[in-house]
Design a binder for this molecule. Structure first.
Ligand SMILES: Cc1cc2nc3c(=O)[nH]c(=O)nc-3n(C[C@H](O)[C@H](O)[C@H](O)COP(=O)(O)O)c2cc1C
Length: 557
């Protein structure tokens, strides 16, 4: 259960209206907003827990209906009962939940990141910390049911995953040359009561921790690592964020918090960890021997098969007296993992294009979420009339900002909703000429995805913006659709949810006299138009000859 008595005893100062600086405070704030579902029923962490929360994403619920789940009666397949509750979805089941962790409305998240990166606040070291109220190390880690076995680590993809996995991790490592710490969210498999398999991606644009590992390997030393499970969301949110390797992410978290993050020296390795964390697993990663790790259901939508990955010998586990274990729901997107990335990545891409590259006319960046997991497909929305050269600069900027993002970049006009795949296809079909508006560029990193022999991929850039005026979208005008909606309701027809675009709108190509025809038509005066057009009849033409090309062109409205 949440330790209400312990509340903030040793946590950092709470900022009025600012982000929660302790994970259990965050849970209480979610609770106050009705965003937590409590499950007190006995739930098997290995076969039931993640599949239950998974239904939030596969069950047709709207994004805003998703909740954080708090499991307070966790058991496993062998009937073992765990005294640590498990929270899933508490970091980013929905943008609203993420926003509570940031202490900001969803709309302000992008700017908050940009400001925090520009104005980091260095952490402050404290002597004693809530995260070290309980310390288990040495031979105690190997007592029956102790060590990693004490933690209620769920299986994320039962039926495919090879072990229970830590997913909501903040893996802290230190550059042995510069002394700067890096924090990354990397999966870690339970291997023994005192051993984890840790996957730090070695691809270009992959894990910062891997770059540190290479340096320890050269020195023939093991790499100290501290894996934080549960702490202030602003600190956890830096895990999936791609920041330059020499930036201290704890200071960026301070920038997000508006106050220094309290950190404490780990008990068995030379690293600093958030003082108010729930659980910290300290250890040494072998820099020579790698161990088979996987399978594990991945966010690129496939199960990652067995790879040689890092092996971490646990040297200590420290916890609060009453910690909460945190797990992230990942695998096929949308998922908590993709929501956490989307809310931070999209505004940062927009800021890069608009503020750094100065692209004129860029309105919005939308990363495609279902199945593709944001990185591969990026939509850029441009204002009408944007110069094609700016559209192409934008496409190139989006494709090159991050090594693993932007394999497929598509520019659309403002009226096309990037979340509406049908509208995108409509735009591709009628607003782009593949021979001219499509460019394929070789030499892209294969990025995040199922393993293949091919190490390199390509990039496709498509300009599907409106290049010239076009006739209106062929739906009744807004006033008629609104009147019909009222009628629909009065007639007691089945409830409907209007799906944009639900009314016609101008795309620039229209003549004033068409308005006269349309008005007469709805007033029952269509024959007046017929009388006029009969006087304009001509011979020597074939059907479908545009009137404009024959009569003098009409002025556009
Ligand atoms: C839930 C979740 C799980 C992730 N798992 C891994 C992983 O196992 N290995 C990895 O290299 N990156 C993983 N990532 C992506 C990294 O967190 C991301 O690339 C981040 O930028 C890494 O931080 P770094 O640049 O400081 O290394 C994961 C992200 C999320 C949200």
């Amino acid at each position: 259960m949440l330790d209400k008595a312990d509340k903030s005893k040793k946590s950092g100062p709470a900022i009025a209206g600012g982000p929660p600086l302790d994970f259990q405070d965050h849970l209480r704030q979610l609770e106050a907003r009705g965003l937590v579902t409590h499950i007190d029923h006995a739930i098997d962490k290995d076969s039931e827990l993640h599949p239950l929360v998974r239904w939030q994403f596969q069950g047709g619920l709207a994004e805003e209906q998703r909740r954080a789940f708090l499991f307070t009666n966790v058991v496993d397949g062998s009937g073992r009962r765990y005294d640590i509750p498990v929270a899933v979805g508490a970091l980013g089941a929905s943008p609203e939940i993420y926003a509570v962790g940031m202490g900001k409305p969803v709309a302000d998240i992008g700017e908050a990141w940009t400001r925090a990166i520009a104005h980091p606040i260095a952490p402050v070291i404290v002597a004693s910390a809530a995260c070290q109220e309980v310390v288990i190390k040495g031979a105690d880690l190997l007592k029956p049911g102790e060590g990693l076995a004490r933690l209620p680590v769920p299986i994320s993809t039962p039926g495919f995953d090879s072990a229970p996995y830590l997913t909501a991790t903040l893996c802290i490592t230190r550059d042995p040359e510069t002394g700067v710490q890096n924090m990354g969210t990397y999966r870690a498999a339970l291997k023994a009561q005192d051993r984890l398999g840790v996957r730090m991606s070695s691809r270009p644009g992959g894990a910062g921790g891997y770059l540190h590992w290479r340096k320890y390997q050269k020195r023939k030393q093991p790499m100290p690592c501290a894996i934080v499970i549960g702490c202030a969301p602003v600190v956890l949110f830096t895990g999936p964020q791609k920041l330059p390797i020499d930036v201290d992410e704890m200071a960026v978290a301070g920038g997000l918090a508006g106050a220094p993050i309290r950190i404490v020296k780990a008990v068995s390795v030379d690293l600093h960890v958030p003082a108010d964390a729930e659980i910290v697993i300290e250890g040494l990663i072998d820099s020579e021997l790698l161990e088979p790790e996987g399978p594990f259901g991945e966010s690129h939508g496939h199960v990652a098969l067995e790879d040689f990955n890092m092996s971490m010998r646990v040297t200590a586990i420290t916890t609060k007296r009453k910690p909460v274990f945190v797990s992230i729901i990942s695998q096929v997107t949308p998922s908590e993992s993709s929501v956490m990335k989307k809310v931070a990545f999209e505004p940062m891409f927009l800021s890069h294009l608009r503020d750094q590259l100065g692209i004129r006319g860029i309105k919005r960046v939308a990363m495609h979420e279902p199945f593709t997991n944001l990185r591969k497909v990026i939509f850029l929305q441009f204002a009408r009339g944007t110069a094609p050269t700016e559209v192409w600069r934008g496409l190139q900027g989006a494709a090159s900002l991050r090594a693993d993002c932007g394999k497929i970049c598509i520019a659309v006009s403002e009226d096309i909703d990037p979340a509406n795949a049908d509208a995108i296809f409509w735009s591709l079909a009628y607003r782009s000429d593949p021979g001219i508006d499509m460019q394929i560029m070789p030499y892209r990193s294969a990025g995040h995805g199922p393993k293949s022999d091919k190490r390199e991929d390509s990039t496709i850039l498509i300009d599907a913006t409106l290049k010239h005026d076009m006739p209106p979208l062929a739906l009744p005008k807004q006033e008629f659709m609104e009147r019909a909606l009222t009628l629909w309701k009065e007639l007691g027809l089945p409830p409907i949810t209007p799906q944009p675009p639900w009314h016609g709108y101008s795309l620039g190509d229209w003549d004033a006299h068409y308005d006269i025809y349309a008005r007469r038509a709805v007033e029952g005066r269509w024959a007046e138009s017929g009388t006029e057009t009969s006087k304009r009849r001509r011979g020597g033409l074939i059907p479908e000859t545009p009137v404009r090309g024959v009569e003098s062109p009409k002025k556009k409205s």
